[in-house]
Design a binder for this molecule. Structure first.
Ligand code: ACO
Length: 317
């Protein structure tokens, strides 16, 4: 049994904020942000937009693309660290919003920017073990709610958004999720962390990070994960048709391109338009090119996030 990705969806908040439109008290510039990160703009939630509302729009789109109805779904996993509530899970809100009444499984996964890859791996395991046939896997975050809007070194990097895929168990196919390996190393927990939490000070806190350590670790783990994936699957870099890396910083992605001598046309970049939407960057990027993804060949997903968490997947669509 293979888990085949059959639907894609994405949602961004209505409000787009260009680098030049950021608050003047940040004392930043389009030139600094573009050169250091590749980011040109970000989308930020307003009023009634939340992680679950964006996730629901993305999920609906993915179901429509797959030509499936909400009640076909037996498992919903949302990778997020900015859920609407401490509990219940954002996945349960998505389930309610989609009017799913079949008592399907719904839960969130907390792996920061690696949340989508973690969720994909778990859903794939459910399908391979024949527990379910169809799943919705979502990456959704509203980091704007946990940014320190006075810290120019972190607040300019993130935006809000959601991406979703529908995966389906299919027999006798070479397509689907061929490989997924996820990792974490908690000894780096405080290099990228919020200043609060329910059991520490009852506050969500704001994002703080050691930008240089995050940068170095991401470069190293993107490369290690890709090398491991190639070796485990007896492939060379020339066998890969497309790489969709987590979009944290264009310089992290360019370092991967340089060290692995990758043709840059094979690497999908959306950071200029979306900024870093944490768990949403990979499924949002997939949604951007959904019409040309099917039949694309070997596609690699790469992630790295707080924890630290990281990993890679090989899929054929
Ligand atoms: N605008 C203008 N100046 C700024 C800004 C800003 N937004 N932010 C920092 N600066 C200043 C600093 O104050 C510093 O000034 P100083 O030299 O007078 O002290 C100068 O720019 C250089 O700062 P550095 O921190 O050395 O800049 P660096 O080149 O390391 O870039 C950055 C910082 C962009 C955060 C980089 O370290 C980075 O991208 N790290 C990865 C972090 C990341 O991507 N996090 C996302 C979440 S993690 C993930 O998704 C994997």
């Amino acid at each position: 049994m293979n888990s085949v990705i059959v639907g894609f969806g994405g949602a961004l908040p209505k409000k787009c904020v260009k680098n030049t439109e950021l608050p003047t008290n940040l004392n930043t510039s389009d030139e600094w942000i573009s050169k250091r990160t590749g980011i040109k703009q970000r989308y930020l939630v307003e009023n009634d937009e939340t992680t679950s509302s964006l996730a629901t729009i993305a999920a609906n789109q993915a179901l429509n693309f797959a030509n499936m109805s909400p009640d076909d779904i037996e498992l919903i996993i949302v990778g997020t660290t900015t859920g609407d509530y401490t509990f219940p899970a954002t996945a349960c809100l998505v389930q309610k919003n989609l009017k799913i009444t079949n008592n399907s499984i719904a839960f969130d996964v907390s792996a920061a920017c690696s949340g989508f890859l973690y969720a994909l791996d778990i859903a794939d395991s459910y399908i391979r073990s024949d527990k379910i046939k169809n799943a919705l896997v979502i990456g959704a975050d509203c980091f704007s709610k946990i940014l320190d809007w006075n810290d120019r070194a972190s607040c300019v990097l993130f935006g809000d958004g959601a991406g979703a895929v529908v995966i389906k168990g299919e027999e006798n196919t070479n397509k689907g999720i061929k490989y997924c390996k996820i990792h974490s190393n908690g000894s780096f927990f405080d290099d990228l962390i919020t200043t609060g939490g329910v059991a520490t000070n009852r506050k969500a806190g704001v994002v703080t990070m050691n930008g240089k350590n995050v940068f170095k670790f991401a470069v190293e783990k993107f490369r290690d994960s890709l090398e491991q994936l190639l070796s485990d699957n007896n492939l060379t870099i020339n066998d890969i048709d497309l790489i969709i890396p987590h979009q944290a910083n264009i310089r992290i992605i360019n370092a991967l391109i340089d060290t692995m001598s990758i043709n840059s046309d094979k690497v999908l970049i959306t950071i200029d338009k979306h900024s870093n939407t944490s768990a949403a960057t990979i499924p949002l990027a997939m949604n951007e090119i959904k019409d040309s993804l099917i039949g694309r060949g070997n596609v690699v997903l790469l992630s790295m996030g707080a924890g630290f968490t990281w990993g890679a997947a090989l899929i054929e669509l």
